[in-house]
Each structure stands twice: as structure tokens, then as C-alpha cells.
Design a protein around this ligand. Structure first.
Ligand SMILES: *C/C=C(C)/C=C/C=C(C)/C=C/C1=C(C)CCCC1(C)C
Length: 252
């Protein structure tokens, strides 16, 4: 027992399954993004590196989270938020890298990063320091949502959207639109999970609507969609722009 503790997955525990599958999927996605980097034009290489870093950072955290969950059956809140505080700002960097050719300034990137860190720090306080009361959960959830709304607004109507309109690349325009959908529909999974927690808004009289296990299931599925999917959008923009340029060289 001292040295070799075998991690077991109960056959009726889908959460444990998704922790393991999530780990492997994130890991495989990183290998894919890193290797595919060599096939895109130079100006896209940094974007693909960042995609690989996002899934790579997540893979390491899933490695620890699945053990934590297997050993305790509890929600790995701290690990989850450390992961997000690294990966969500990197997603903001992706927006910046894609929109840089259209004139995005470094301040654009920092505003998104600050909003994302605000969102996550408030969310962490709301989740980790819960006293089970609805007041605490709703207060910090609302503060967190301000950061979320800032990013959402930027992607759909604000700076990101306006920069995308200035871009002369159809692939970038479509890509930003796809990423905006991720921020809207994909990221919304998380506040819904948050509101279903003990003390959350959706619970009857502050009781939990969902168990910790269900919540982790929701977060795990959300992460796979958002991190791998987001990276694949960036990848497809880079690939279509690369082949377009190759085409124009060939016909020139
Ligand atoms: C890869 C991880 C991602 C994309 C995580 C995104 C997380 C959020 C969009 C979390 C948002 C939250 C709110 C908007 C309010 C309640 C607290 C949070 C942190 C769950």
C-alpha cells in the first residue's frame, strides 16, 4: 500500500472515464498540433504552438486530476482552476495572434487576458471558499460573469469582431466567428455547472442541483470541446491560408 497504489475505475463511474479519456485526448491533440506546425506557413506557427500548449497544459492537469478524483471521489477544484488560469488566457492570446495582421494591438490582448483572469479568480473564490450559502455563490458568480461578458462582447460585437471585419482573409473572419461561438456556447457550460453546485442559483433553496460527480462530468466534456475544438479551428484557418498561399505561388 505504501508505494504502489493502483488507481481503479469503477465500472459505473463515467466521471472517472472522462478524466482518463480527457487526459489522453488532450495529450494526443498536443502531439497533433506540435507536429502539424511544420506544415503551415511561418506566420501560423506561433498560433499552432499556442494550441498545443493549451491542450498540453490541460493534459498535465488531467493527469493529476484523474488521480485526485480516483483517490478521493472529490472535485479537484484547485487543479481545475490552475489549469483554466493558464489555458483561458492562452485562448485570448489566440484571438490576438489571429487578429494581429488585421491591426490588433497588444493592449487588445491584455484586456482579454485581464478579463479572463478576473473571471477565473472570482469563480475560484465562489467555488473553493463556499460556505454553502447562495449569497456567496451568487455574488462571486456575478462578479465572475462580468469578465465573461467582456470577452463575449468583444468576440461578438466589440474589438475582436471589428478587427475581424478589417481582416482581408475570409478564413480569419470565419475562424473568429467560430471562436465566438465557442465562447458563447462552449464556455456557457461552465457557469451552468457552477450554478448547479451546492449553494448555486439553480439549486432548490441553495441545495445542489447536481452532484459533484455530475459537475465534473460537465466540466470534463466542456474542456474537451473547448480546448481541442478551439485548437482545431485555429488549425483549419492556418491550413486553408497556407494552401491558398501555395496555390497563388504555383499560379504566379
Ligand atoms: C479550457 C477551459 C475553459 C475554456 C474554461 C472556461 C471557464 C469559464 C468560461 C468559466 C466561467 C465562470 C462564470 C462565467 C461564472 C461562474 C464561475 C465560472 C468561473 C465557472
Amino acid at each position: 500500500m505504501m508505494f504502489l497504489e493502483i488507481i481503479t475505475i469503477a465500472k459505473d463511474d463515467p466521471v472517472a472515464f472522462t478524466f482518463f479519456t480527457g487526459y489522453m485526448a488532450m495529450f494526443a491533440a498536443s502531439v497533433f498540433f506540435f507536429l502539424e506546425r511544420t506544415r503551415v506557413d511561418d506566420k501560423w506557427k506561433l498560433s499552432l504552438l499556442v494550441s498545443g500548449l493549451i491542450t498540453g497544459i490541460a493534459a498535465v492537469h488531467y493527469f493529476y486530476m484523474r488521480d485526485y478524483y480516483s483517490a478521493t471521489g472529490e472535485n479537484p477544484t484547485a487543479l481545475r482552476y490552475i489549469d483554466w488560469t493558464l489555458t483561458v488566457p492562452l485562448m485570448c492570446v489566440e484571438f490576438y495572434l489571429l487578429l494581429k495582421p488585421a491591426g490588433a494591438k497588444i493592449s487588445f490582448m491584455w484586456k482579454l487576458i485581464v478579463a479572463s483572469v478576473w473571471m477565473l479568480v472570482c469563480g475560484y473564490i465562489g467555488e473553493a471558499f463556499t460556505d454553502g450559502s447562495m449569497g456567496h455563490s451568487v455574488l462571486w458568480g456575478t462578479l465572475s460573469t462580468l469578465g465573461y461578458i467582456y470577452i463575449l462582447y468583444s468576440a461578438w460585437f466589440g474589438e475582436a469582431k471589428q478587427l475581424a471585419e478589417k481582416s482581408n482573409s475570409v478564413a480569419v473572419q470565419k475562424g473568429i466567428r467560430a471562436l465566438a461561438w465557442f465562447v458563447f456556447a462552449g464556455w456557457a457550460i461552465y457557469p451552468i455547472g457552477y450554478m448547479a453546485m451546492p449553494g448555486g442559483w439553480l439549486g432548490p433553496d441553495g441545495a445542489a442541483l447536481l452532484s459533484v460527480r455530475d459537475m465534473d462530468l460537465i466540466y470534463n466534456i466542456g474542456d474537451a470541446i473547448n480546448k481541442i475544438g478551439f485548437g482545431l479551428v485555429v488549425y483549419s484557418i492556418a491550413m486553408s491560408e497556407t494552401s491558398k498561399n501555395k496555390g497563388s505561388v504555383a499560379t504566379a
